[in-house]
Design a protein around this ligand. Structure first.
Ligand SMILES: Cc1cc2nc3c(=O)[nH]c(=O)nc-3n(C[C@H](O)[C@H](O)[C@H](O)COP(=O)(O)OP(=O)(O)OC[C@H]3O[C@@H](n4cnc5c(N)ncnc54)[C@H](O)[C@@H]3O)c2cc1C
Length: 379
């Protein structure tokens, strides 16, 4: 059923909001003014939102979006805040926390409400004996954000299992159902990321696989090595999930409030994808700087293109683990994560990011691109 704009009553509250996804359902939209956004992000950075609204049903989400669009108010959609870099001045508009819930499994078909906690949903599919998203365990944030940057890790991407995305289309002013092929998924990108003002994801549908309790074929060499099997092999689902969680934890990629290495947005930069000519020029720079036998990491990325590793570039440009002296530093566990050691500002983090970008460019001639979404600031 297509849904169009309809208003839902709003309850003003004075108490501070809890973490994203932790809102209580009152059957009404919850609203705060001049509310801090930093506690809603995994970086713990960013100024306040003029208005912060938490919606727990699709109708509430649509109502808040319509109201913002009708009044020309800037709108920021917030899930788990794990891929957001919000400026110190905050957001002068309505920040909408999507806290809807819904996990429906029908055979191998899974439907998740946008506000479901992603890593919990992954755990439930593993418990149900279904393969397809087990290697995406431990990725913070909401299910609704997974199609935005085509979340991926350890050899799996959501684009391989998503069948449909149900979204509110702010241009058509109605709900739409986009088939996988209409989502323009690519490496850490999609139609939703390309056109961020247009779609608000309400539900995501997946086709999983019943492989008799086994995982999908392990495509990532490190996971296979950890489990003592060959790439392409399958292992019991729980083992695959546990191995991924262990590998991620070792890199500071599983949230832990006590560990500042996880006060990040995950990978701060995407892995560069280079044309054949650009890759040869890059290789020459690598040999010039690191010696005649040095070889950069290279992975086929389709159509004559090659992907290299942003973490490797950062490290070899001299920004090693733990780099930095201020409150924003490179993680001590992974060069790709820029972290808040406590007391940092967004400007501190961006200054570090700019230093890294400039250093990598100076050394290798490659311009790194940020993976997280920036709000009110630019790299
Ligand atoms: C420790 C750590 C590890 C990470 N590891 C990985 C990883 O391995 N692989 C990976 O791909 N990512 C990783 N990430 C990044 C992040 O977790 C993912 O991008 C995640 O999907 C973001 O979800 P979120 O709900 O937190 O989105 P948010 O940060 O809240 O939002 C991100 C963007 O999506 C938009 N958005 C959110 N919800 C919706 C919605 N319902 N409709 C429309 N737009 C929406 C927001 O407006 C914003 O533009 C990691 C992050 C951290 C902190």
């Amino acid at each position: 059923m297509r849904r169009r704009c309809a208003r839902v009553p709003v309850t003003a509250r004075t108490a501070p909001a809890g973490p994203a996804g932790g809102g209580r359902s009152l059957g009404r939209v919850q609203e705060l003014h001049d509310a801090p956004l930093a506690p809603l992000t995994t970086l713990r950075l960013g100024g306040p939102a003029a208005r912060l609204v938490t919606a727990t049903t699709d109708d509430e989400v649509i109502s808040v979006v319509c109201e913002a669009d009708d009044t020309g108010t800037p709108l920021l959609i917030v899930g788990g805040g794990s891929n957001l870099v919000i400026g110190d001045k905050g957001f002068d508009g309505t920040a909408l926390v999507v806290a809807t819930r819904g996990f429906t499994l029908d055979g191998t078909r899974l439907e998740l409400a946008a506000g479901e906690v992603w890593t919990d949903a992954v755990a439930r599919t593993v418990e149900a004996g279904l393969a397809g998203i087990e290697c995406l365990a431990g990725i913070p944030g909401s299910a609704g954000a997974t199609p935005i940057q085509n979340v991926g890790a350890y050899g799996q991407e959501v684009s391989s299992t998503i069948t449909e995305v149900v979204a509110y289309d702010r241009t058509a002013r109605e709900t739409v159902t986009l088939a996988n092929e209409d989502c323009a998924f690519s490496y850490r990108h999609s139609r939703f990321k390309a056109d961020p003002e247009r779609y608000v994801v309400l539900r995501v549908r997946f086709a999983l696989e019943d492989a008799g309790g086994l995982s999908g074929p392990l495509r990532y060499a490190e996971t296979a090595r950890t489990l003592g099997v060959e790439p392409g092999d399958r292992v019991p689902l729980g083992m695959a999930r546990e191995a991924v969680l262990k590998l991620r934890a070792g890199k500071g990629m599983v949230l832990d409030p006590e560990d500042h290495d996880t006060w990040s947005a995950g990978s701060f930069f995407t892995n560069p994808i280079l044309t054949a000519d650009a890759f040869e020029a890059f290789r020459a720079r690598v040999r010039e700087h690191l010696g005649p036998d040095a070889e950069p990491p290279a992975y086929p990325a389709g159509e004559g293109r090659t992907k290299t590793s942003a973490a490797w570039l950062i490290d070899k440009a001299g920004f090693t683990k733990g780099y930095g002296t201020g409150p924003a530093r490179i993680s001590t566990k992974h060069t790709l994560a820029l972290t808040n050691r406590g007391g940092a500002t967004t400007e501190d983090l961006l200054a570090l990011a700019r230093e890294v970008v400039a250093g990598v460019h100076r050394t290798f001639g490659i311009t790194l691109v940020n993976e997280p979404v920036t709000v009110g600031v630019h790299l």
